[in-house]
Design a protein around this ligand. Structure first.
Ligand code: ADE
Length: 245
C-alpha cells in the first residue's frame, strides 16, 4: 500500500510513523508513506496556504490551489489514489472503515487546518471525508495518523498471528473482555481460576461471556449491530440476570 499525506506540518508525522509496528511495516515494505509539504505547492513569497473567508465572519480557510497542485503531483507519480479529507464534518471513522481502507492500494490523506478547507477541495478532489470523533482538533494531522495506524495494522502480514486483528475489540464487532498475565496473584487480586485450568473450550466460553458482559455494560448499542447466535443470546440472558441481582 502507498499512503501520501498532504500537510503543512510534515514534521509531526515522522516521530509517530517511525516507531513500533508502523515503523516495521514500512521497513518490511508493507506500506510506503510519503509526506508532502503543502507549502512547496504555493506560488507566493510567503508560501501562503490560507486566506480570509469570503463573506466575512473572520477565520481563515485553506486555499484550494496548493492542495490541487499537491494532489496532481502525487497523481503524476501514482494515479488512482483514494483521496480522503480529514475534517470534523466527515463520516465517523471506525473499524469497518479501517478494514475497507486496508484493502486499497493507494490512499491520499489531506490534512485540513485553520477554520476549514475551501469547499472545492471536497467537491472535486475528496472521495471521502473522515472524522475521528466529535471534537475539534487543531488540524487533520493527528486524525491522519490515527487513520494510518488503524489501517496499516490491518494489512495482512503486518501483525503476527499472535495478535490477529479478527480477535480484537471491534474485530469481533464487540468489546474484548479482560486480559491477565503473570503474576497469578497481585495485591490480593487473583487471576480467574478458569484461565489457569488449561481447559481451552471452557476458557473460550468464559472469554466470550466476559466480552459480551463488557459490551453490555459499556457499549450495549454494539450488540444490535452484530448477529448473536443462540449460544450468545443465552449468555446475554444470563449476564443480564446477574446484572439485575
Ligand atoms: N480536524 C479537526 N478535528 C478533526 C476531527 N475530529 N477529525 C478529523 N479531522 C479533524
Amino acid at each position: 500500500m502507498r499512503i501520501d499525506v498532504v500537510t503543512i506540518f510534515p514534521g509531526m508525522f515522522e516521530p509517530v510513523l517511525g516507531e513500533s509496528i508502523i515503523k516495521r511495516a514500512r521497513e518490511q515494505g508493507f506500506v510506503e508513506v510519503e509526506l508532502w509539504d503543502l507549502r512547496r505547492f504555493t506560488d507566493d513569497r510567503h508560501r501562503t496556504t490560507d486566506d480570509y473567508a469570503f463573506g466575512g465572519g473572520g477565520g481563515m480557510v485553506m486555499k484550494p490551489e496548493p492542495i490541487f497542485r499537491a494532489v496532481e503531483a502525487i497523481s503524476s507519480q501514482a494515479s488512482g489514489g483514494r483521496v480522503i479529507l480529514l475534517t470534523p464534518q466527515g463520516r465517523a471513522f471506525n473499524q469497518d472503515i479501517a478494514r475497507e481502507l486496508a484493502r486499497e492500494r493507494h490512499l491520499i490523506l489531506l490534512c485540513g487546518r485553520y477554520e476549514g478547507v475551501d469547499d472545492r477541495v471536497r467537491a472535486r478532489l475528496a472521495a471521502d471525508e473522515l472524522s475521528i470523533g466529535d471534537y475539534v482538533l487543531t488540524g487533520g494531522e493527528l486524525p491522519a495518523m490515527v487513520v494510518i495506524d488503524a489501517v496499516v495494522r490491518l494489512i495482512p502480514g503486518v501483525l503476527g498471528q499472535e495478535d490477529a486483528p479478527a480477535k480484537d475489540t471491534f474485530g469481533m464487532g464487540i468489546l474484548e473482555g479482560p486480559h491477565f498475565t503473570r503474576p497469578r496473584e497481585f495485591q490480593g487480586m487473583r487471576v480467574p481460576d478458569i484461565l489457569l485450568s488449561g481447559n481451552h473450550g471452557a476458557i473460550a466460553q468464559w472469554r466470550r461471556r466476559e466480552a459480551l458482559r463488557r459490551t453490555l455494560e459499556r457499549r450495549p448499542e454494539l450488540l444490535k449491530r452484530i448477529n448473536l447466535d443462540e449460544a450468545d443470546r443465552e449468555l446475554v440472558r444470563e449476564i443480564v440476570l446477574e446484572m439485575m441481582s
